[in-house]
Design a protein around this ligand. Structure first.
Ligand code: FPP
Length: 243
């Protein structure tokens, strides 16, 4: 670990950072390249951000890799993205495992190609005891879909109305084992939540850099952490001493 670099960090580091990796398509178009070249560049950048997150002391990183709505993209792009995920898993898993990253999946695997489903499950199993960084991969994930899924499971488990509260619902979400995100970053200047962690992000701080995802590197992440450290998180309360 590079301690020189770590000196240049704010004291307050968010425990859980979540990222909407937006702007791959525009990054590619700006260079006259096909959209998939943007996704490939985005994948390379993910590696940089993963390493930086571990180095900066972030414990949980959640990334929006593929939404329940992304199926509506042109077939060639969906197929290309699935191939990219497959390659990424094959190429990076060993390295992630050796670096203490625990992979978790949030979302539904049912529409995914069975070979890729198996890869995801094996990766989760292989890395389940790692604890340097927890990487939640939101893959075929949608926040509304997650809540529907939770409600169905709660009914299946025959919970009584009096038993239903915020903690119980949180336990039925795909993110049951992760704390709520402290900081959510959406790159590329878009100002929407796009169905990402809509329950868990209720009190998250948001950060909207203009950089497209492939250009949001380690130094951009550092800037986001400094910005976060300046925020006053009140969770709906006022500070004591305020009139
Ligand atoms: C959004 O950019 C990006 C996606 C829908 C895909 C994100 C996937 C990656 C970065 C690949 C790496 C992930 C893993 C887990 C291997 P966009 O296509 O919406 O860009 P645009 O808004 O500029 O068109």
């Amino acid at each position: 670990m590079n301690t020189d670099t770590n000196k240049n960090l704010p004291e307050k580091i968010p425990q859980h950072v979540a990222i909407i990796m937006d702007g791959n398509g525009r990054w590619a178009r700006a260079r006259g390249l096909p959209r998939l070249a943007g996704h490939r560049a985005g994948t390379e950048n993910l590696r940089e951000i993963l390493e930086a997150s571990a180095e900066f002391g972030i414990k949980y990183l959640t990334i929006y890799a593929f939404s329940t709505e992304n199926w509506d993209r042109p077939e060639a792009e969906v197929t290309g993205l699935m191939r990219l995920f497959t390659t990424m898993f094959k190429r990076e898993l060993k390295n992630l495992h050796e670096n203490g990253v625990q992979l978790r999946h949030i979302g539904k695997l049912d529409r995914i190609d069975t070979a890729l489903q198996q890869q995801v499950n094996e990766a989760v199993e292989l890395t389940k005891n790692n604890d340097r960084l927890i990487l939640n991969v939101a893959f075929n994930y949608g926040g509304r879909d997650e809540i529907v899924h939770a409600v169905r499971e709660i009914i299946r488990d025959k919970k009584k109305p009096e038993e239903i509260n915020i903690e119980l619902i949180s336990k039925y979400l795909y993110t049951a084992d992760s704390p709520d995100p402290d900081l959510i970053i959406r790159t590329s200047g878009e100002l929407r939540s796009s169905n990402f962690l809509i329950w868990q992000g209720a009190y998250a701080e948001w950060y909207f850099p203009s950089a497209y995802w492939p250009d949001f590197g380690k130094e951009e992440l550092r800037k986001a952490l400094f910005d976060y450290s300046e925020r006053d998180r009140r969770f709906g309360r006022v500070f004591t001493g305020d009139a």
